[in-house]
Design a protein around this ligand. Sequence first.
Ligand SMILES: [Fe+2]
Length: 173
Amino acid sequence: MNYLSANKINKSMKEAVETAMAFTPDPRAHLIERLKVLLANGYVFYYDAHSAHWNIVGSNFPQYHAFFEKVYTQVYEELDDIAERIRIINGLVPLYIKDLLNLSTIEGTIGGTNGATLLHKLEHDNKVFLYNLKECFELAEHAEEVGLSNFLQDRIDAHKKLEWMIESTLKGE
Ligand SMILES: [Fe+2]
């Protein structure tokens, strides 16, 4: 199996997951619950990026408008896979959007319409989503869900790359 190199996984994350698993008789049930949170955060992240694409104003509109489209497209394309992988391991996906909103751990709202302000919000969303992905990866490994852990590993790489692009853009502001 392809594991992420040790330095890509936060050590405290591994410890937190191991502690949680020590008290969880059913690793798959815990994994399903955290995947639902991942799906919820994905929907919030997707919407935040799309609304940033719509609301951006300023002289750098073209660059930000295009970049926000890239972000919401990437996140949106992940949502179907995340939901179907919950079903594959016999979990049920929340039926209503309000259930997802209750599950989301992404905080705050976008408080402005300039590019840097909107991008700072998406930086926060991406950090929460990345943490979630790493947590689910550790749980999938623990539950010996090989295909799922490989999927999550690929998403971690994609969101690390997104983190780099967001941070690099903000350094120029
Ligand atoms: Fe558009």
